[in-house]
Design a protein around this ligand. Sequence first.
Ligand code: HEC
Length: 129
Amino acid sequence: MVNLKLSCDSPSPLTPHPSLLTPHSRMNKKFIALALLCLAASPALAADEQKLAQESGCMTCHAMDKRLIGPSYKAIAAKYKEDPTAEAVLSRKVKEGGAGIWGQIAMPPNSPRVSDANIQILVKWILAQ
Ligand code: HEC
């Protein structure tokens, strides 16, 4: 499984050794280093999720912004934008498969080939498109 969670609270490898810094500048530099690390982390996370979608076989039938066999991820995100139950409902649908929402073509079950944890990561990512 790909570990996608990168905590911005964790000690930064960019922080200079504390003995090099006065207490005041130590705070500042640490803050800046963490902020940079978090900024740098965001595009990497999206790329990891796209890779996970590819490795999980989702991109055979789905694309970001055009319909393939299944609906585009942007269309899915737009459809469920106001729906607070979307994450739970769609996670279940991806696990079990099914048809009838976007047409008569069915999505095959993706579970247990794709783990529940990865399905949750993928659904969150799709809903954020
Ligand atoms: C063999 C083709 C195929 C694969 C592989 C596939 N899908 Fe789908 N997917 C579809 C089809 C077709 C639909 C439309 C189903 C419908 O109309 O209810 C769909 C619908 C969806 C939906 C919207 C469901 C709804 O009820 O609105 C999501 C979210 C989704 N897929 C995510 C994924 C993810 C994540 C993966 C990979 C783990 C994946 N799909 C793999 C074909 C596929």
